[in-house]
Design a binder for this molecule. Structure first.
Ligand code: HEM
Length: 462
């Protein structure tokens, strides 16, 4: 019995020793492979900042693309900054941006929203702000199939002068509707709530910002509701309604809630109006400033369209017009910094280790002003897109529409609308900048919009 007990104890001890040895081997291997993993990467350059707030003060002018580009000259194309308690990795070169958008997409496909954006987007209830998941795939498919062509519209009604908005108890004009649906939320989207930078202080009330954004949200909802009512009124009165995205969604997307429907309609309005307008205005500014390219474009249009008004079908025969569009997208990108992405797991970019939890800022402005990639990047030269090294059909050369699985859903539509508008303006008038306008290049808001609208002298063509 004593011998059996001894043998039993001995085999238990042996087993325990083997298990311990295996555990040690496992831990050592893990540890050494981790050691190897972190030593494989270069240390990520860090832009020095202040304790606690990091680099926030250096970004206070709300033109992050310019500050990021300045830092890239000093710290290289990939570096890290601190925005309060969060760390943000900033990407400033085409190679590394493509790596983020395509190769490492699965690790950085999600969005982290500010408090203001959470309210304005009903917490990721839109294509652009949702994480990359089944909802995203479904609603992106809806936009891609339901909003086609230059004549695509969100709603099949045209607000001629004004509509009654019951939720606000008043009538609003077209301009006021544009303000509520586009201008106010654009301002709200960059509203700074300091709690975004210090999530551990989220419990501290910040009523003034919250109330401002909630008011915008309430006004936006009331206007969309009024537009929906007009749309329904027109249908029930038997009036013929033009094909529109709302009719498409009502017939195809039965699983959407009323709230989702409103957000998806609003999304197409806000994403299409400002950006398309911004690029068209900058193209006209450059053409009015540069008579030779303007004349070249006029001659091209005249040759292809003759006395006809330029239409969508002509665009494929107008390479110089395409080049004007792409060069304007490069030089005056309407979205200079892509809405922040978020690394939800450890990954790598440009040979650096990127820890899970980092926010990722993609600075398209720096990519498009990179001297290594573009000759004289400050110059606006459409002919660079006619060079054989650029494929004129390549929409995504400047990445101004993003890239990979989250590429802009309206790129083709934006191009059709903007090119047709530029073409019509040039067909009808000769453009010249008003004196002093050359220096009028200050921008405002998220989308590079001109602070002061362009002023030009136009002369009808004979
Ligand atoms: C010149 C005009 C436009 C520019 C410069 C532009 C630019 C962009 C950019 C940079 C992104 C982010 C892509 C990314 O995260 O990688 C984006 C996303 C998006 N854009 Fe546009 N856009 C324009 C017009 C439009 C129009 C007309 C629509 C039409 C409805 C639209 C709908 C969207 C949507 C739905 C997304 C989200 C895509 C996703 O997350 O999968 N955009 N756009």
């Amino acid at each position: 019995m004593a011998l059996a007990d001894t043998l039993h104890d001995f085999s238990a001890m042996a087993l325990a020793t083997v298990a311990l040895a295996l555990l040690l081997v496992f831990l050592i291997t893990r540890f050494s492979s981790n050691q190897k993993r972190s030593s494989e990467y270069l240390p990520l350059p860090v832009v020095p900042g202040l304790p606690l707030i990091g680099n926030l003060l250096q970004l206070k002018e709300k033109k992050p693309h310019l500050t990021f580009t300045k830092w890239a000259d000093r710290y290289g194309p990939v570096y890290s900054i601190r925005t309060g308690a969060s760390s943000m990795v900033v990407l400033n070169s085409t190679d590394v941006v493509k790596e983020a958008m395509v190769t490492r997409f699965s690790s950085i496909s999600t969005r982290k929203l500010s408090n203001a954006l959470k309210i304005l987007t009903s917490d990721k209830c839109m294509v652009a702000t949702s994480d990359y998941n089944e909802f995203h795939k479904m609603v992106k498919r809806y936009i891609l199939t339901g909003m086609l062509g230059a004549n695509a519209q969100a709603l099949g009604i045209d607000v001629e002068s004004s509509i009654y908005v019951e939720g606000l108890g008043t009538r609003l004009s077209r301009e006021e509707i544009f303000d509520v649906l586009v201008m106010e939320p654009m301002v709200g989207a960059i509203e700074v709530d300091w709690r975004d930078f210090f999530p551990y202080l989220r419990w501290v009330p910040n009523k003034s910002v919250e109330m401002k954004i909630q008011r915008m949200d309430m006004r936006r909802e009331a206007v969309i509701q009024a537009l929906f009512r007009e749309h329904k009124k027109q249908i029930t009165s038997g009036e013929e309604i033009e094909y529109c995205y709302l009719s498409f969604l009502l017939s195809e997307a039965k699983t959407l809630t009323e709230k989702q429907l409103k957000m998806l309609i609003w999304e197409t309005i806000i994403e299409a109006s400002d950006t398309t307008l911004v690029v068209t205005e900058w193209a006209m500014y450059e053409l009015a400033k540069n008579p030779a390219p303007q004349n070249f474009l006029y001659q091209e249009i005249k040759k292809v369209c003759g006395l006809d008004k330029i239409r969508e079908e002509h665009l494929s025969q107008l390479p110089y017009l395409g080049a004007v569009f792409h060069e304007t997208m490069r030089r005056h990108s309407p979205v200079p910094v892509i809405p922040l992405r978020y690394a939800h797991e450890d990954t790598q970019l440009g040979g650096y280790h990127i820890p899970a939890g980092s926010e990722i800022a993609i600075n398209l402005y720096a990519c498009n002003m990179d001297k290594k990639q573009w000759d004289d990047p400050e110059e606006w030269k459409p002919e660079r897109f006619l060079d054989s090294k650029y494929d004129p059909m390549d929409l995504y050369k400047t990445m101004a529409f993003g890239g990979g699985k989250r590429v802009c859903a309206g790129s083709l539509q934006a191009m059709l609308i903007s090119c047709t508008a530029i073409g019509r303006f040039i067909q009808e008038f000769e453009w010249k900048l008003k004196e002093g306008e050359e220096a009028n290049v200050r921008t405002v808001s998220l989308t590079n919009r001109k602070l002061h609208p362009m002023q030009a002298i136009i002369k009808p063509r004979v």
